[in-house]
Design a binder for this molecule. Structure first.
Ligand SMILES: O=C(O)C(O)[C@@H](O)[C@H](O)[C@H](O)COP(=O)(O)O
Length: 206
């Protein structure tokens, strides 16, 4: 089970500070690219806006979405489109997920979580997919989540676990209860599968 640190009541600014420190630390340790994966949904975008205010060389940052909805990039539901609009003007590279891509080891896997315990687009009722050893997969959530009822492309558990550190941003009491059960080993949801496979530090911002 992962070594999990929970940071309570973290605002967007505090999370952006933490992300900037992590990215800065990796940048200072070498001169190559810093590769991270980030969630979609709604939570990350205000944090990314705060991160972009930090004094970092964003031209060294390579950003992989955790997952995306199969929609054009200019569609309001596209994670990649929103990430690209925010990050590319700052010089960062945003990768388009395609199933042929070779996924690198991430310096940081930043994840969100749904109240049903899904992470990336790995939903609770996708058990064979949770055991899948491919790096990226296309899937149809069943049922389709009402807030974003689209087919998905997603990094898999092995890809997300191939990271030096993991961070979650999990807001609200409903999600917190799901997280606490997963941390206590009392759950079989995708978030719990990830935590049980994690041997790197995990930081959860609530
Ligand atoms: O594209 C997506 O839908 C995701 O990557 C997904 O896993 C998201 O992180 C959670 O559903 C939390 O989403 P919210 O931040 O909107 O609650």
């Amino acid at each position: 089970m992962a070594d999990v640190t929970i940071i309570e009541n973290a605002g967007d600014g505090a999370i952006a500070d933490w992300l900037a420190a992590r990215i800065g630390e990796v940048m200072a340790a070498g001169d190559g690219p810093v590769t991270i994966t980030v969630p979609g949904g709604s939570t990350p975008f205000p944090i990314i806006k705060e991160l972009l205010e930090k004094d970092l060389d964003f031209s060294r940052l390579v950003v992989w979405p955790n997952d995306d909805r199969i929609v054009p990039e200019d569609h309001e539901a596209s994670n990649t489109g929103k990430l690209r609009a925010l990050l590319e003007p700052a010089g960062a590279e945003v990768v388009t997920l395609t199933i042929m891509e070779a996924v690198p080891r991430f310096d940081l896997a930043w994840l969100g979580m749904g109240a049903d315990g899904h992470i990336a687009s790995l939903f609770p009722n996708t058990d064979p997919q949770l055991r899948d050893q491919r790096q990226i997969m296309r899937l149809t959530p069943d049922p389709l989540p009402p807030e974003a009822p689209y087919d998905r492309i997603s990094l898999t558990l092995p890809s997300l676990l191939n990271s030096a550190q993991i961070a979650f941003v999990i807001r609200g009491t409903e999600k917190r209860a799901v997280l606490d059960k997963a941390v206590a080993g009392q759950s079989d949801l995708p978030v719990a599968r990830l935590l049980s496979g994690a041997d790197q530090p995990v930081t959860c911002f609530t």
